[in-house]
Design a protein around this ligand. Structure first.
Ligand code: ADP
Ligand code: MG
Length: 661
């Protein structure tokens, strides 16, 4: 029985060498071949000389009126030349390095040539002779991504052959009711139109179906995964409610409504007999850490260990301190593990971890090393989760006895994107900032206004506040207009004089140095911290109220928002000053948007629109699917629709007992 899962080796044209080349392109089966779509269609409709313009790529039909002549020149170069009569005009056709065409051409022949038109010379630089009638009638030529060993013309033949031999195997892949609902082409029709479009309209229709199909298939899998997780029974975390209540009374501030709601969602997950897989989204400064502390305490009260992994050492250190302070009146035992933990210390920690003495381990990537073993890890928290790759997150999960995972993220991801990237997760959102917060006033100034900025900083520092100054690079670079952190630091030291302590922090410093500086800054023994973007994630010094960002136009909106999030973390009015002379309209627009909006969700949406999906949030890392046709930003509405359809479809299947998830 033939099947689309058959190897492409079944096609006559595919021998060992081509099999290898196809494999390199990720094509092993007939289905893979069908799904290798052209990335471009060239319009090869036959044109009149009068309607074409210089350098157009066109197809011209005519009669060969001179004997084709080949001339050789240079090492391996040759040129084939002949005249073509089109109605009353005669043009020259030249092919470079395709002298073998001569044997196929003769005077008096009726042919069509695809090529590039040179108006001045009245000459067509031939690219292809369209030999068959079918080729001449085709309106579009498909152009495929390929590697050296497979030529464009071979693709067409390969796919034609596949259609010839396997078309009866192409079955509808979408549920029939959805094909009807959206009036889609059948899968077979759509495939044919993707490869050999017969009109622009049908080509678009094929594409519309493929976009939907990709999104539906993907969402379907996510829905099934989620259901499976709910059904897969695990031991629940029976935490002690009294312990939690007592703890809450010791927190030095009142939890916001949003924090309480999110906390309940997490507690419900812990109690439920399935694994927690929850994303906690909350804008910078919304207070995610204290929520995490509640989850850690809950796990501890049920005799489970927890681990919290963060992307930088500064952050790990800071989380440890924050948690220590918060847990002051509890019996919880915390430990810190990073790459700068000494061997001796590390050994001791690993022992206490394996024996269950340590209740919560805070750390960086150091947590996922092979020899780190827990006694009974029941809760994994990954802060700034987008900073970690899928694999790293999995490694930590694998250490757990019960895979309860809480991901935390301060980069709000637009809903439609989150639905795909985090589709199998439950999502909690802290959509409220603590009451004492004031909006960070944001100003955009030009480089020549720096003097004013410095005076502003001085005034606030004399009132007891602190400031960050962000410089993008640490050493002289080719781009010498980039402010150099070192230089900036020297200048500021001179400018502020001895009454103000200025310090420098950058990524190449040893972690002890970084830590020491952060401690000094926290204690207000440093007033101005010049830093590269190492400061970007999570750092919390509420007395710092000014954030000056040099060359701000070089950052994306999401990153600027993160940087701005380092201030406005206490009750004092805070300021963010963007120093930028943007040269592009986009750069100017970004500065304007930043000065006007403080809404992380809005900014991330804008960032995506301006930069396109993908890198904006390191989403690629988070395991965003590599779609062929769909685009999570452009096709946001279809994502919503396809998700809804997938949920309904799974429910139908479950009712009919078609799937048991
Ligand atoms: P993020 O969500 O960015 O990780 P943090 O958890 O670091 O935010 O919290 C930011 C600051 O807000 C911390 O200083 C924290 O103590 C404080 N905070 C958190 N929740 C509240 C609250 N409900 N009321 C007042 N301050 C709070
Ligand atoms: Mg945080």
């Amino acid at each position: 029985m033939k099947s689309l899962q058959d190897s492409v080796a079944n096609l006559k044209m595919v021998g060992a060498k081509r099999l290898e080349s196809l494999h390199e392109l990720g094509i092993d089966t007939i289905f893979d071949l069908f799904m290798h779509f052209p990335f471009r269609y060239d319009d090869i409709q036959i044109r009149q000389i009068s309607e074409i313009i210089d350098q157009d790529k066109v197809t011209i039909k005519g009669i060969v009126v001179t004997e084709p002549v080949v001339s050789f020149y240079g090492a391996r170069k040759n040129r084939l030349r002949f005249k073509l009569a089109i109605e009353h005009e005669i043009i020259t056709v030249v092919f470079f390095n395709q002298h073998y065409l001569k044997s196929r051409l003769e005077q008096g022949m009726d042919i069509a040539v695809y090529g590039k038109w040179d108006e001045k010379k009245q000459m067509l630089m031939g690219m292809k002779v369209l030999a068959t009638k079918q080729e001449q009638e085709q309106q579009f030529a498909s152009v495929y991504h390929t590697n050296k060993s497979i030529k464009q013309s071979v693709w067409v033949k390969l796919i034609e052959q596949a259609f010839c031999e396997y078309s009866e195997c192409i079955q509808e892949t979408l549920p029939v009711h959805l094909v009807q609902k959206y009036q889609f082409l059948s899968f077979e029709q759509a495939l044919r139109q993707m490869h050999f479009p017969s009109s622009q309209h049908l080509s678009k229709e094929a594409y519309r179906r493929m976009v939907y199909q990709e999104l539906f298939d993907y969402q379907y899998k996510l829905v099934v995964l989620k259901k499976k997780r709910y059904r897969n029974r695990v031991e629940s975390i029976r935490y002690n409610n009294t312990v939690l209540k007592d703890y809450i009374t010791t927190i030095p501030f009142e939890l916001t409504q949003a924090q309480k709601r999110v906390m309940n969602e997490i507690c419900r997950d812990l109690l439920a007999p399935f694994c927690m897989n929850r994303l906690l989204q909350g804008d910078v400064g919304s207070g995610k850490t204290v929520v995490a502390s509640l989850a850690i305490l809950a796990a501890m009260s049920a005799n489970y260990q927890s681990a919290i992994m963060v992307p930088t050492e500064i952050l790990a250190q800071q989380h440890l301190e924050t948690l220590q302070k918060l847990f002051d009146k509890t019996s919880i035992k915390l430990a810190l593990l990073t790459s700068s933990t000494t061997t001796k210390e590390r050994k001791c920690i690993l022992e206490q971890l394996a024996s269950g003495e340590i209740d919560c381990l805070v750390g960086t990537h150091a947590l996922i090393q092979e020899d780190v073993h827990f006694f009974n890890l029941g809760l994994v928290i990954i802060d700034e989760q987008h900073r970690f790759g899928v694999k790293q997150r999995q490694l930590l999960k694998d250490k757990a006895s019960i895979e309860n995972v809480l991901y935390m993220s301060a980069t709000p991801i637009p809903r439609t994107l989150a639905m795909s990237v985090f589709g199998e997760m439950d999502v909690s959102v802290i959509n409220e900032l603590p009451k004492n917060r004031q909006v960070v006033k944001t100003y955009w100034v030009k480089e020549n206004e720096m003097e004013k900025v410095l005076a502003f900083m001085k005034k606030h520092i004399h009132e007891g506040k602190q400031a960050y100054v962000i410089a993008p690079l640490i050493e002289e670079s080719l781009d010498n207009d980039l402010k150099n952190a070192q230089e900036m630091y020297e200048q500021l030291k001179v400018w502020f004089g001895s009454s103000v302590t200025v310090a420098l922090l950058h990524g190449r410093m040893k972690s002890q140095e970084k830590e020491a500086i952060m401690n000094e800054f926290s204690a207000n023994r440093i007033q101005v911290l010049v830093s590269t973007t190492v400061i970007e994630v999570g750092v919390n010094v509420p007395n710092a109220t000014i954030m000056v960002i040099q060359d701000a136009e070089r950052f994306g909106l999401a990153q600027l928002h993160q940087l701005r999030g380092r201030v406005g973390r206490g009750e004092h009015q805070s300021y963010c000053i963007l120093v930028a002379n943007p040269k592009t309209e986009q750069g100017k627009l970004r500065m304007k948007i930043m000065s006007e909006s403080h809404d992380g969700f809005y900014l991330s949406q804008k960032d995506l629109e301006m930069r396109g999906s993908g890198d904006a949030f390191g989403i690629k890392q988070s395991g965003v699917p590599d779609f062929k046709c769909a685009d999570l930003i452009r096709d946001g509405d279809i994502v919503m629709q396809a998700t809804q359809d997938a949920i309904e479809y799974v429910t139908i299947l479950e009712k009919e007992n078609e799937i048991v998830v």
